[in-house]
Ligand binder design. Structure first.
Ligand SMILES: *Cc1c(COP(=O)(O)O)cnc(C)c1O
Length: 405
């Protein structure tokens, strides 16, 4: 028989469409969906060895499933990590990480500009179990350095952040973590491995919400941790098996197929976002645009080397307004004048989305907390989809062009 195993050294684009378990005996070219909760064992002895973990083989989908394994291998290949482990959602992956790495008395340092549920998971849920988290500035490395302690086990960051697209220096944070024997985890949801591979800059763990760009079409919830084979096999595998935040095979299959077009989609998302950001900068009703791909972004140089020269798909902007009330009314006017864009706080979809962070993702903060975070009442966030750029601009102009300013 000829050797049909994948040769070493393939390009990432090839790995994105090829990495998976071997096909079944039927030779399917598109990976199969194994929608089954359990697996029949050939005999009792084999079953015993598989349950004891001394022989490889599938037993039960909470432990492993061929479709989920194919997704994990493909995502790990794209991130450049030894292994990956799927989770029921992005938050399921972050929960798995915290359960696996932290215990009472441990300390975490995290960026303050976090996805809201992550902020609550660390600051509220794990605080209940005696894990303390210090929240620091996204971009001021000195604050991170000052916050670490002998019992610090984990540094956690998301880059760029939602909605102000602040970037952190992954290399600098990895050095601080490793200096105290801690690990650095990066939530790579906004960039995906098509733009940014955090382990190339020293991160130890990469977190994903597969719900966003990995699926890319707004269909399913999924999550994953990409890291060393040792952590996956010895720490996180046992957590999923015990706690059950397992990725469903159907969702794994959807995201597995999504990964095949990830780099093409991300390029189109980024092209649209950059064109939109540049256009927004020319609009008289717009006070400020936040987009990492713009030369006006405070960390533009870092972005260019950390994110493969791409700004990502998320663009935010402040509309003018003399008072917070005026700014909010103007932002609502722009949002409510759209007829094409989807009014939703989600992102990572082919459909361009528009949202008002101060009353949605950041609605539960007090007004002073929001102001400290830079989330004004006039702020609008766009996640550029694959709609034609001219249609996106025309849709925004319906409101931007009719503001009384
Ligand atoms: C959406 C999101 C998550 C959570 O992912 P789910 O799949 O919705 O659980 C985590 N981090 C970031 C940055 C996100 O945008």
């Amino acid at each position: 028989m000829t050797d049909r195993s994948l040769p070493a050294g393939l390009h990432r684009d090839t790995l994105a469409v090829r990495t998976a378990l071997e096909p079944s005996q039927y030779g399917e070219n598109s990976e199969a969906l194994f929608l089954t909760s359990s697996f029949v064992q050939p005999d009792a002895e084999t079953s015993a060895r598989r349950f004891a973990g001394t022989e490889e083989g599938f037993t039960y989908t909470r432990t492993s499933n061929p479709t989920v394994t194919s997704f994990e291998r493909r995502l790990a290949a794209l991130e450049g990590t030894e292994a990956a482990i799927g989770a029921s959602s992005g938050m399921g992956a972050i929960l798995m990480m915290c359960m696996g790495l932290l215990k009472a008395g441990d300390h975490v340092v995290s960026s303050r500009s976090l996805f809201g549920s992550t902020f609550n998971l660390l600051g509220r849920e794990f605080a209940k179990f005696g894990v303390e988290t210090t929240f620091v500035s996204q971009s001021d490395v000195a604050e991170w350095r000052a916050a670490v302690r002998p019992n610090t086990k984990l540094l956690f960051a998301e880059t760029p952040t939602n909605p102000l697209t602040e970037v952190c220096d992954i290399r600098a944070l990895a050095d601080i973590a490793h200096g105290v024997g801690a690990l650095l985890a990066v939530d790579n949801c906004f960039c995906s491995p098509a733009l940014q591979r955090p382990t190339e800059f020293g991160a130890d763990l990469v977190l994903h919400s597969g719900t966003k760009y990995l699926d890319g079409q707004g269909r399913v919830l999924a999550g994953a941790i990409c890291t060393s084979a040792k952590l996956v096999n010895e720490v996180f595998g046992p957590v999923v098996r015990t706690a059950g935040m397992a990725l469903s095979p159907f969702n794994a299959w959807v995201v597995l197929k999504g990964l095949e077009t990830l780099s093409l989609r991300m390029k189109a998302h980024c092209d649209n976002a950059l064109a939109l950001a540049r256009w927004l900068e020319t609009q008289p009703a717009v006070k400020r645009v936040y987009y990492p791909g713009l030369a006006s972004h405070p960390q533009h140089a870092l972005v260019m080397q950390q994110q493969s020269g791409q700004g990502g798909a998320v663009v935010s902007f402040d509309v003018l307004g003399d008072t917070p009330e005026d700014a909010r009314a103007n932002a609502f006017h722009v949002i409510d004048s759209t007829r094409v864009l989807s009014i939703t706080a989600n992102l990572g979809d082919t459909k361009t989305t528009i949202t008002h962070p101060a009353t949605t993702s950041h609605g539960r903060l007090s007004e002073p907390q929001r102001q400290a975070a830079g989330i004004s009442q006039g702020l609008i966030r766009i996640a550029a989809g694959l709609d034609h750029i001219d249609d996106i601009q025309a849709d925004l102009l319906r409101g931007l062009g009719t503001l009384a300013i």
